[in-house]
Design a binder for this molecule. Structure first.
Ligand SMILES: NC(=O)c1ccc[n+]([C@@H]2O[C@H](COP(=O)([O-])OP(=O)(O)OC[C@H]3O[C@@H](n4cnc5c(N)ncnc54)[C@H](OP(=O)(O)O)[C@@H]3O)[C@@H](O)[C@H]2O)c1
Length: 334
């Protein structure tokens, strides 16, 4: 049987998605982007991955965030995305903004980790092959490497753009001082840093506390928030125990130990604030990250289409009263 040809929703740009300008650049990004760190590996079903990607694109999510080692297994999320490109997205390549990264452990030996020119070049080649792409829209240095001269990592990013393998570059999880160095180095070579990607959510305030948000804005760089739901903690997922199909139950980066009595008590109180606003906790948590123009987009993870559907509702109300903001701060920062 000939598989059905994917035909995206005709109203995908009139479905409620809003787009924000990314720093001082020509790029607009959807307020909600979809990340493939979990839920798109070779341990997951292709049918579910396809459904989620289609649903996202049908609802104006044009930005898909990947990295070399997303899966599990390493590389398999990019392979899944390559299959989605082949089966569905190829005719729409110019409507998509696709990222990948290198900087964490990927292959054995001295050249499969951190920030050397050798690693970044080899890794991007592999990523493009897995994703069945000629170029990515943005390539990131996935983490700051304290051992490699920063000039080497950044020059590799510049040269990757010059070679046409990426249109833009970004940095992820860089300390502020290294980020500043990167903004200057890249700008001087006419390859401005498009995005800083950092962990930012109601529980994790480092980007605001360390001045990374304000600094990115001042330098004309966008900021994109990952794990905006603290991997699922900032939802109703764990209000009544640990569901069998949840990220905590599956094991990995989100450990059972994260669910302390104190954290669960905070989640319950935040849930009450959300209900008073007429939102779910997930909706309020995403809205909170998007409450001002310091953040360009949030990258959500999703194990089902329903989660994407519910999370998109966050965009209906992203404004907070000063009282709500101070109550959220009182619950989480006390
Ligand atoms: N630059 C970096 O170093 C870095 C690091 C981490 C992530 N990222 C990027 O950020 C993306 C998102 O990270 P993340 O997956 O940690 O994001 P997240 O949005 O904080 O967490 C996603 C998880 O929360 C749960 N969830 C989502 N919506 C829900 C809802 N409405 N109700 C209940 N539970 C819900 C799901 O968990 P269940 O599986 O339990 O259903 C889902 O897998 C990644 O895919 C990746 O692209 C980047």
């Amino acid at each position: 049987m000939i598989p059905p040809i994917f035909s995206p929703a005709a109203d995908r740009y009139e479905n409620g998605m809003k787009y924000r300008r990314c720093g001082r650049s020509g790029i607009l990004l959807p307020e909600i982007s979809l990340g493939l760190w979990h839920n798109f590996g070779d341990v997951d079903t292709l049918a579910n991955s396809l459904k989620k990607a289609h649903y996202a694109f049908d609802h104006g999510i044009t930005h898909f965030d990947l990295a070399n080692n997303y899966g599990p297994s390493y590389g398999s999320a990019e392979e899944t995305f390559g299959t989605i490109m082949e089966k569905s997205f190829r005719p729409y390549r110019d409507e998509l903004f696709i990222s990948t990264k290198a900087g964490h452990d990927m292959w054995p030996g001295p050249y499969g980790d951190w920030g050397s020119r050798k690693y970044l070049f080899a890794s991007l080649e592999q990523s493009l092959r897995r994703m069945k792409l000629d170029y990515v829209d943005i390539f990131y240095s996935h983490r700051f490497d304290p051992q490699t001269p920063l000039e080497e990592t950044l020059q590799a990013l510049v040269d990757i753009v010059r070679q046409g393998k990426a249109l833009y570059v970004g940095i992820s999880k860089y300390p502020k001082e290294a980020a500043d160095f990167a903004y200057n180095y890249l700008a001087e070579r006419d390859v401005p840093c498009l995005l800083y990607q950092g962990r930012y959510n109601i529980f994790n305030r480092e980007p605001e506390q360390e001045g990374i948000l304000a600094d990115a804005k001042e330098k004309g760089c966008g900021f994109i928030a990952f794990s905006p739901l603290a991997q699922g903690l900032l939802t109703d997922r764990y209000l009544n125990g640990i569901p069998e199909d949840s990220r905590v139950a599956r094991g990995g980066f989100l450990k059972k130990e994260a669910l302390t009595d104190e954290t669960i008590a905070k989640i319950r109180r935040l849930n009450e604030v959300a209900l008073r606003r007429g939102q779910t906790l997930a909706e309020m948590s995403l809205a909170w990250v998007l409450k001002d123009d310091l953040v360009t987009s949030v990258i959500i993870g999703a194990s089902s289409v329903e989660q994407i559907e519910r999370n998109l509702k966050a965009l209906d109300n992203t404004s907070f009263t000063p009282e709500e903001l101070s109550e959220i701060n009182e619950i989480t920062l006390a």
